[in-house]
Design a binder for this molecule. Structure first.
Ligand code: ASP
Length: 417
């Protein structure tokens, strides 16, 4: 049975990272694999700058040179020869991208974004695959746009499962070492789409689901899934085992280690997911599978920074009931706001949202026509799963709490910063 490995940007951020990927493959076996690779290092962010500059200037922006230089350096660190076939393939991709920039007429941000940003993954998989071939490890390089079909919701494309399944099963050779881009796909007109930031985990899950894979491993620069993000909490601890349900909850509340859409396809077929360290590939990391909720049983802390707390009440003394609330949600949907937390009373409605697509101003204007509105940007949303009073006290200690909500397993706090 085939196994799916996913390597994120941090694992291939430089030549040493690519060499380490081979070390991981050598230690775990080269065949019967499909490896899903993200763009190298912070390339997606760098390409987002290219998109912005391009839409402002309508010409090939200088910022593209940064992306080119970064990849050329990595290639030089790996191949030591300017005759290696990788150069031709990479320069062809850059030329293709420049052709798009020169000839494209669309000014639609989301469409242009996907056509440009997808090159991060096309380039990374080409370099990794060429390097594996160069090391006498033959690979089967696949273009995710031929395999994963989606609708045309650019930047947040929705998978067409039937046609995707058919294509994946017809194309992937389970005996080989297959390599494919994460994050990218294509729409019915064959324009490139993307699955949302950090979407490569989801790509791995799509591939595993369609191939009935034995398991999926996400290789990370942390030992596995921790009970807290070490950037914000000292004393983070490794979780050895988590159930699918628990992992879905954690990802939903914002634990950034697994993309939220990743888990449900795996759960459906009971395909285990491992999160392991690419620096210590012999360590076990975290297993997400059927069974016990969480081991060890400790509180899990999740923080989402830079959220918006919106408070609404009616202008005409009416209560906040079905009619008002359904209108509010329609607007959240229209402006692509992700709702993290809701609290309502007879006359007020408070909600914490993620302004991912930068539509806050428009939303507020629209809401003001019908409601009394106040809002606060830059707030933080803390979630504790399996909380204890001590965990809450510790978190609240030095913070100004704006809103607090408790359910049986989860407490959520919105704080000033
Ligand atoms: N390269 C994409 C991103 O940075 C997808 C991924 O890494 O999962 O969001």
């Amino acid at each position: 049975m085939i196994k799916v490995f996913k390597f994120g940007g941090a694992s291939v951020k430089d030549a040493d990272g690519v060499k380490n990927l081979i070390k991981v493959l050598n230690e775990t076996g080269n065949n019967n694999k499909l490896i899903v690779v993200s763009a190298m290092g912070k390339t997606t962010n760098a390409l987002e700058v290219v998109v912005k500059d391009y839409l402002e200037s309508a010409k090939v922006p200088d910022s593209l040179e940064i992306v080119k230089d970064y990849h050329r350096n990595i290639i030089e660190g790996l191949f030591h020869s300017d005759q290696a076939p990788v150069w031709f393939r990479i320069e062809t991709l850059f030329t293709e991208l420049e052709n798009f920039l020169e000839h494209n007429k669309s000014t639609q941000y989301d469409f242009v974004y996907d056509q440009i940003v997808s090159y991060g993954e096309l380039i990374s998989t080409t370099i990794v695959s060429e390097y594996l071939n160069f090391q006498n490890i033959p690979t089967n390089w696949l273009d995710a746009r031929d395999l994963i079909k989606t609708d045309n919701t650019y930047r947040d494309a929705q998978v067409d499962w039937n046609s995707t399944q058919e294509r994946i099963q017809a194309t992937v050779d389970p005996k080989k070492l297959n390599i494919i881009q994460g994050f990218i796909a294509s729409d019915p007109n064959n324009f490139t789409t993307t699955l949302g930031r950090e979407g490569s985990d989801y790509s791995a899950a799509i591939m595993a689901y369609c191939l009935n894979a034995e398991n999926v491993t996400i290789w990370k620069d942390v030992p596995g899934v921790l009970n807290a993000d070490p950037r914000f909490f000292s004393k983070a601890q490794l979780l050895n085992k988590i159930s699918y349900e628990e992992a879905i909850e954690l990802a939903f509340y914002g634990a950034s280690v697994i993309h939220p859409k990743t888990l449900q396809p795996l759960q459906r077929k009971e395909i285990p997911l491992f999160v392991r360290s690419f620096l210590n590939p012999s360590e076990e990391g975290t297993a997400v599978s059927k069974g016990k909720t969480i081991h060890p049983e400790i509180p899990c802390f999740i923080v989402k920074k830079d959220q918006v707390l919106i408070s609404l009440s009616s202008l005409d003394f009416s209560f906040m009931v079905e009619e008002n609330i359904s209108e509010i949600f329609r607007l959240f949907h229209q402006y692509q706001m992700k709702v993290d937390l809701i609290q309502n009373s007879a006359i007020s409605f408070r909600v914490c949202v993620d302004n991912r697509f930068n539509h806050l101003e428009d939303l507020i204007q629209h809401l003001k026509a019908r409601f009394k509105v106040s809002y606060k940007t830059g707030v933080s949303l803390y979630t504790i799963r399996h909380f204890s009073q001590q965990a809450i006290d510790e978190l609240e200690k030095d913070k100004n709490v704006l809103l607090k909500q408790l359910t049986q397993n989860t407490v959520q706090l919105v704080t000033e910063n």
